[in-house]
Write a protein that binds this ligand. Structure first.
Ligand SMILES: Nc1nc2c(c(=O)[nH]1)N[C@H]1C(S)=C(S)[C@@H](COP(=O)(O)OP(=O)(O)OC[C@H]3O[C@@H](n4cnc5c(=O)[nH]c(N)nc54)[C@H](O)[C@@H]3O)O[C@H]1N2
Ligand SMILES: Nc1nc2c(c(=O)[nH]1)N[C@H]1C(S)=C(S)[C@@H](COP(=O)(O)OP(=O)(O)OC[C@H]3O[C@@H](n4cnc5c(=O)[nH]c(N)nc54)[C@H](O)[C@@H]3O)O[C@H]1N2
Ligand code: SF4
Ligand SMILES: [Mo]
Length: 728
């Protein structure tokens, strides 16, 4: 039997054909007919069956019986787990208010709308996510400026762009199928400009590689605007008719001439000028952004804002071969996630209590309400869900747990998230998790975070649950896949956790669907599909329609692209982009740099792993067994470090060790450390927690809210460090 499923190991959701014999998985291969991903996959999918039957998978609910972190568990059934958790939530809500219960999720891979539905019915505004540092901030900023999100993750058929800017993105590791399409574009003559501190495959393939100093992208974007505006390389018609605030922008960018920015970014001025011209004079063109712009801290929003402005004034928004924009056709009829998450159920009083809403206003309720408002009556608008773009500020949540300010947070339910490895400032996260009255973790495997939990719940993976994506209301397609096999053991769909708690906490009328299949059928029905039919049809793409704004305007307060953002202004922020040096660089912190002279950037993706996942999946781990630090050969020599030596990387927050890789594609003043390292094979119990303190780069990172982006709250994944050999 062959089932059509979607890989959910990452948010690209490639279409798969799954062979099943006698209820057992036998083979997983790409589905070439799936309309969106068209048969492309990456190597992680080849480990799907190994992942599914892995002996370490969590198969039953567990309850802690020993001390926290001691690793003593009792197997219980789901009913007992749900009853006890719901009772505790009820007691906390009664005594301290619903806001004292927080929810946490990782990156987008499962039915998080169900989490939000539970959240809003329960009454807490506090769900943290990695959204502020992973594309969801981008969603908010794009929506504020032009009413929809224009980020190209897949290269669609049709007219190819003439120029592709690969900015802080390394799809060769992070989205291999997209990288393949990009190489295809290059063969057709598309020019590539890559902006990256490291010589990655996109840098090697580029017509121009700008080897930028980390965290200075905001200055570069403003210098491009300076060149494009002063040389008249922008689309005058579009600017005259469809933008707001051009004159003020023009004045602002005069502060960023290429020779000044050259010094900031370590990129020669002539390269800045030439690349700006190349981008602006190649029509159409696409700026394809990676996550690193979200992870530079302080200047992140203004950097992304400048990129939005670049796309707009060069006339690339919503044109064929340019930046894809908004949703069209039948798919807009499906019941999308904004409708499913029922955010109208969360009262204004509870919204005001959201942790971080007083400070980081665009990514919390004050800004969220403003960016969604103008989408009314504009069919192609795609405002993000609360789940994506209206979250509590994670570093502030940890602090609230520890300080009880502005109010106590007593319980945390975490789904598909491993903050002991993925969140910055691990020491603080550890203290916070230990301070909770109740921690519930739902995952595939035991993790360092799970080791600190009171309850561990086993989740089904994408081979044993149906998957529908694109229905979050943000993409111009919907993909559907069936459950290939029944769930193993007592694994349950993530949806069932929220439904199970909801049924026990007075939300019965809002959870009529017994299964996820029933729920998807309900949601697809207005489009005229069942889940099975949509899977059989290999998904659906919205028809290609361009320049939709000519009919409806842009979904912003001014109904134009707001080069000068009235929403930022109303929220009390600078409406125009500017550059601000990050707080921990050799320029802003010369004293600190005396002791910690090297710039540390982290987290470059590894194609065999997904963040902290797959470390126990042997076919992947054997391809990349150890954590790597990239360092320039000259720097290494001066520090007496040879290739493959083990080294310590140290900051004010601690030290962890890596194997050195001498690499001349990185600036001698910069090092790059992989993220997400823990060791499933090492001792699970305290104090080891699967070796989480050994090579976890997030131990080193400062997440001080004052170092975060003031508009969306994004925290930096970079800083200053020193490196020295591990002496045996
Ligand atoms: N195999 C695999 N794929 C993944 C993931 C995974 O863990 N593993 N994670 C998924 C997720 S959640 C995400 S968010 C995406 C992220 O995907 P990408 O955006 O590709 O992420 P990175 O590899 O972290 O960063 C891209 C590049 O940014 C560069 N960089 C570092 N600092 C700076 C800087 O200050 N400025 C600029 N311009 N560039 C800088 C790095 O050198 C790196 O080459 O990948 C997704 N895909
Ligand atoms: N230093 C540094 N830190 C980073 C980054 C960086 O570049 N540098 N990148 C950041 C980014 S962009 C992101 S998105 C975050 C990612 O952070 P996370 O999303 O927390 O990372 P993962 O390790 O992929 O996933 C956490 C857990 O989710 C489980 N899981 C996976 N799928 C499911 C599911 O469907 N259901 C359930 N219940 N569990 C599931 C996995 O088994 C894993 O244990 O990390 C961030 N952390
Ligand atoms: S993990 Fe690989 S195969 Fe799976 S969805 Fe992502 S890119 Fe596609
Ligand atoms: Mo991410």
């Amino acid at each position: 039997m062959i089932k059509k499923a979607n890989c959910m190991f990452c948010h690209r959701n490639c279409g798969m054909l799954v062979e099943v014999e006698d209820g057992k998985l036998t083979k997983v291969r790409p589905n070439p007919e799936q309309k969106i991903t068209r048969g492309a996959i990456c190597i992680k999918a080849t480990a799907a069956i190994e992942h599914h039957y892995h002996p370490d998978r969590l198969n039953f609910p567990l309850k802690r019986v020993g001390e926290r972190g001691e690793g003593k568990w009792e197997r219980i059934n789901w009913e007992q787990a749900l009853e006890e958790i719901a009772d505790k939530l009820s007691v906390i809500r009664e005594a301290d208010g619903a806001e004292s219960v927080a929810l946490g999720r990782g990156t987008y891979r499962t039915d998080f709308w169900a989490l939000s539905r539970f959240q809003h019915l329960f009454g807490t505004p506090n769900m943290y996510t990695p959204g502020q540092i992973c594309f969801c901030n981008t969603w908010s900023i794009h929506t504020a400026i032009y009413g929809a999100c224009a980020i190209a993750k897949s290269v669609m058929p049709g007219t190819p762009p003439q120029c592709l800017v690969v900015w802080g993105l390394n799809p060769a590791e992070s989205y291999p199928p997209t990288w393949k399409s990009m190489l295809g574009l290059k063969k057709k003559g598309t020019k590539i400009i890559t902006i990256d501190p490291r010589r990655t495959p996109p840098a090697e393939a580029a017509d121009m590689w700008l080897q930028i100093r980390p965290q200075t992208d905001g200055a570069l974007a403003l210098a491009w605007l300076n060149v494009i505006i002063n040389e008249g390389l922008y689309d005058k018609d579009f600017v005259d008719n469809w933008t707001y605030g051009f004159d003020k922008l023009k004045k602002r960018v005069q502060e960023y001439p290429p020779d000044r920015v050259a010094e900031i970014c370590w990129i020669p001025a002539d390269q800045i000028v030439e690349s700006a011209r190349m981008y602006a004079t190649s029509k159409p063109a696409i700026i394809s952004c990676g996550v690193k712009l979200d992870q530079i801290g302080k200047n992140s929003t203004h950097t992304i804002q400048s990129q939005c402005i670049l796309r707009a004034i060069t006339g690339n928004l919503d044109v064929e071969g340019g930046e894809p924009f908004g949703r069209t056709g039948d798919i807009t009829k499906a019941i999308d996630e904004i409708q499913m998450e029922l955010h109208e159920k969360l009262s204004a009083e509870q919204r005001r209590k959201q942790i971080g809403a007083d400070k980081f206003k665009l990514f919390t309720w004050p800004g969220y309400e403003m960016i969604c408002g103008p989408s009314e009556g504009i069919p192609h608008a795609s405002p993000p869900t609360v789940n994506l773009s209206c979250a509590a500020h994670e570093p502030s949540v940890w602090r609230a747990i520890l300080s009880g300010e502005p109010y106590p947070i007593k319980a945390l339910i975490i789904q598909a998230n491993n903050p002991m490895v993925q969140s910055t400032n691990t020491n603080l996260v550890y203290d916070a998790l230990r301070a909770l009255d109740m921690l519930v973790v739902m995952d595939y495997f035991m993790t360092p975070t799970g080791m600190l939990a009171d309850y561990i719940l086993p989740a089904t993976g994408w081979l044993e649950r149906p998957v529908v994506t694109g229905i979050d209301g943000t993409k111009n397609f919907i993909i559907a896949g069936e459950r290939a096999v029944k769930p193993e053991f007592e694994r349950r769909d993530d949806f069932q956790l929220w439904r199970g708690l909801g049924l026990r906490l007075g939300q019965e009328e809002y959870w009529p669907w017994e299964t996820l299949e029933d729920c998807f059928d309900y949601r697809l029905e207005p489009m005229g599909y069942t889940l099975k039919e949509l899977a059989d049809d290999n998904g659906i793409l919205g028809p290609r329609e361009y320049k939709k704004y000519e009919k409806y305007g842009f979904a912003t307060p001014e109904r134009k692209v707001e080069l000068y953002s009235t929403i930022f202004e109303k929220l009390g922020y600078d409406p125009l982009p500017s550059y601000e040096e990050a707080p921990e660089t050799p320029v802003s912190a010369p004293e600190l740099a005396k002791e910690y002279p090297l710039i540390l950037t982290t987290g470059g993706r590894i194609k065999y792993f997904y963040h902290s996942e797959f470390r126990q999946v042997q076919s992947m781990r054997k391809m990349h067994p150890d954590p790597i630090l990239q360092i320039h050969p000259d720097t290494a020599e001066s520090l007496k470090i040879a290739n493959k030596d083990w080294v310590y990387v140290e900051t004010r927050f601690g030290r962890v060790k890596f194997e050195a890789e001498l690499f001349d594609g990185i600036d001698p003043r910069v090092v790059h450390a992989e993220h997400s390292w823990w060791f499933p094979e090492k001792n699970a119990e305290e104090p080891s927690l699967h070796g989480v303190w050994e090579s976890n780069v997030n131990v080193l990172i400062n997440d001080d809210p004052d170092h975060c982006d003031p508009i969306c709250g994004g925290w930096p994944h970079m800083g200053l460090c020193k490196v020295y050999p591990v002496v045996a």
